[in-house]
Design a protein around this ligand. Structure first.
Ligand SMILES: O=P(O)(O)OC[C@H]1O[C@H](OP(=O)(O)O)[C@H](O)[C@@H]1O
Length: 321
């Protein structure tokens, strides 16, 4: 790589934190990535527009290559890099900073707007079941609580990283009584809940939802029990590549999240696999709640065409870089 192209240490730190899941959750990852590009733009010592652009693309690539499934990450990078316009370094810098600020601002507003839509589905006295930790789901609950609705929640612990514990803590802070269950107890309690509410890491053009491993089994069981499944996700979870036939990569994480080397050796050294996400087909989903309103999953492709048009290029892969 050209020695003049310097990715700032803060960008590397954010990339590491996303890779190790210190920063996690699709919306938080998008926010952190856009903010890291902002830092790169502010701190860049590039002397030419070409070097500035190359640095921003290198920073975007470092951030992009951390986790493969949540499309919020490439969508955030794409948004900021499309704003990187100008003929001088100073113009490029200020336009990139403005684009990053716009993105983060939209992210925050979209979460609030989505929460207001999702809250309309929730009635006073309802009980929800959640899987993993989704800020979008919590935005719906928070808006409903602010409207004076009393809710209760059954929270799946969400092995292997137990992110359900974060959800339990946040719901407790919102004053929502929580019952924590192991993942395999979900079916037993589905008759007792009014809605299953989950987030999304990516949504494909056919309305499939890619979310934390275990979501698809939960949705199939919920359909069997007649419990509606609601996916809360801002539109930057829509995966533009799926419009042109790409599939979504499912991240495989380290086996150490499941078992220690000693435990593994003690049980005969089995092969261990640790997929972080699964795909829930649209027929198991009742509604996708976004900041633009609520959609049946099969109609999400119309929204995608409106938002993305035909463009699906990755700006950090532009020729010459
Ligand atoms: O954007 P919000 O709704 O916060 O989160 C969406 C999804 O991101 C998380 O992925 P991970 O924990 O980063 O693997 C979970 O799968 C969660 O449902």
């Amino acid at each position: 790589m050209d020695p003049h192209i310097r990715v700032r240490p803060e960008v590397r730190r954010v990339a590491d934190d996303i890779g190790t899941m210190e920063i996690r959750g699709a919306a938080k990852i998008a926010d952190a990535a856009a903010s890291a590009l902002r830092t790169q733009a502010v701190e860049s010592e590039a002397e030419t527009p070409e070097t500035f652009r190359a640095e921003l693309r290198a920073a975007a690539r470092a951030l992009h290559d951390t986790r493969p499934t949540a499309v919020s990450l490439p969508n955030a990078l794409r948004y900021v890099l499309h704003g990187m316009e100008g003929a001088t370094v100073e113009d490029l810098r200020s336009n990139t900073v403005a684009a990053a600020d716009r993105f983060c601002d939209r992210l925050e507003r979209s979460q609030t707007d989505l929460g207001a839509v999702g809250a309309n589905r929730l009635k006073d006295g309802d009980r929800i079941m959640t899987h993993c930790h989704s800020t979008a789901v919590l935005a719906c609950v928070e808006a409903a609580v602010e409207q004076g609705k009393e809710l209760t929640a059954i929270v799946k612990e969400t092995r292997p990283r137990n992110q359900g514990h974060i959800t339990a803590e946040r719901l407790h802070e919102l004053g929502v009584p929580v019952t924590l269950i192991v993942d395999s107890a979900a079916r037993r309690y589905l008759n007792d809940v009014d809605h299953v509410m989950v987030g999304a890491d990516s949504i494909a053009a056919d309305g499939s939802v890619i979310n934390k491993i275990g979501t698809s089994g939960l949705a199939v069981n919920a359909r069997d029990r007649g419990t509606p499944v609601v996916v809360a996700a801002q539109t930057f979870k829509l995966h533009p590549g799926t419009l042109t036939g790409q599939s979504v990569d499912i991240e495989m994480r380290d086996e150490s999240e499941i078992i220690s080397p000693e435990e593994k050796a003690a049980i005969g050294d089995p092969t261990v696999v640790n997929p972080a996400f699964d795909v829930t087909p649209p027929r198991y989903i009742d509604a996708i709640v976004t900041e633009r309103g609520q959609f049946p999953p099969e109609s999400i492709v119309m929204l995608m065409r409106e938002l993305f048009g035909e463009q699906t290029t990755e700006p950090w892969l532009e020729s010459g870089q």
